[in-house]
Ligand binder design. Structure first.
Ligand code: NDP
Length: 271
């Protein structure tokens, strides 16, 4: 019998990762003979780690905190969406090394579309300008959003990110100068929720009917951002579990050429 193709998610820490479960469910569903494990690499051992895994014949990798930027620098080549993100979350084996991809944006767009339908013409506000935010700008623009405002605690990072996108529909600023006007979708891409903290929110952002407040973070309970958005009047709130499953599906597709169904897997994880 042939040996299963090997894949892994690389991070530090990594024990909490849901990726092995997600990819096992995708593999069962699509009948792929593959093995996917979680590997904790030493903080100063990412590059030597991926070289060793290449020698061992691994076919692909997901990359998570804190290695997404190092992965970008270590790849032989990167896709356009990874280039704009400056970060890589998926490695695809080539004969001589690794090709870098970023599937976070495709994951977010797929999950937002599940929640509100087409993103065309929508007004979006994204709070945060770190690795995750950087990865989603191009896919959001490709989904034809009408307007994307990026606001960040460190305003300059949001301004730089908007400039890298080089499109009139995107602007970057600090939290304090975001107008108190309605948006269709407000995305929390800050890491504030991890510490139970919140970026400063304005009630006017959530005022329109159908407004969706989306936190990239996920957990057993609604996040502090989701709770605050509900109190401020947001009609719909969601966490980032769907994005997690969708970005994994995109990576699976890049590796295996088969697109798994995400809804059954999202439901298993949500339980
Ligand atoms: P980074 O460390 O790259 O960026 C952190 C961002 O959060 C920066 O914009 C930073 O602002 C901001 N920030 C941190 N603390 C605060 C605070 N107290 N108040 C306001 N802003 C704050 O993190 P990532 O971009 O990798 O991750 C961001 C979030 O997205 C995390 O919650 C992560 O779990 C989630 N995520 C979810 C994914 C999914 O599939 N669902 C995928 C990837 C990430 P500044 O620049 O001023 O420091």
């Amino acid at each position: 019998m042939s040996q299963p193709d090997r894949y892994a998610v690389l991070g530090n820490p990594i024990a909490h990762s849901k990726s092995p479960l997600i990819h096992r469910l995708f593999a069962e569903q699509t009948q792929q003979v593959m093995r996917y494990e979680a590997l904790c690499l030493p903080l100063d051992g990412f590059v030597s780690g991926i070289q060793a895994l290449h020698q061992q014949g691994y076919r692909g990798m997901n990359v998570t905190v804190p290695f997404k930027f190092e992965a970008f620098a270590a790849c032989e080549s990167v896709s356009e969406r990874a280039q704009l993100a400056g970060a890589v979350n998926t490695l695809i084996r080539t004969d001589s090394g690794w090709q870098g991809e970023n599937t976070d944006g495709a994951g977010l767009v797929a999950d937002l579309t599940r929640l509100v339908g087409s993103l065309a013409g929508k007004r979006l506000l994204m709070l945060g300008a770190g690795g995750a935010a950087s990865g989603v700008v191009k896919p959001l623009l490709d989904a034809k959003v009408d307007q994307l405002t990026i606001a960040n605690r460190t305003a300059q990072k949001a301004i730089d990110l908007a400039q890298r996108a080089a499109q009139g529909r995107v602007n970057g600023c600090g939290f304090d100068v975001v107008p108190n006007q309605p948006y269709d979708i407000i995305i929390n891409a800050t890491a504030a929720s991890l510490a139970g903290d919140l970026p400063p929110l304005k009630a006017g952002w959530f005022a329109d009917a159908g407004c969706l407040a989306y936190d990239m973070m996920y957990g057993k309970e609604p996040t502090v951002f989701m709770q605050a958005a509900q109190e401020l009047g947001a009609e719909q709130q969601a966490d980032g579990l769907g994005m997690l499953v969708e970005q994994a599906a995109e990576a699976f597709y890049l590796w295996r050429g088969i697109r798994p169904q995400t809804e059954p897997v999202r439901l298993v994880l949500a339980e």
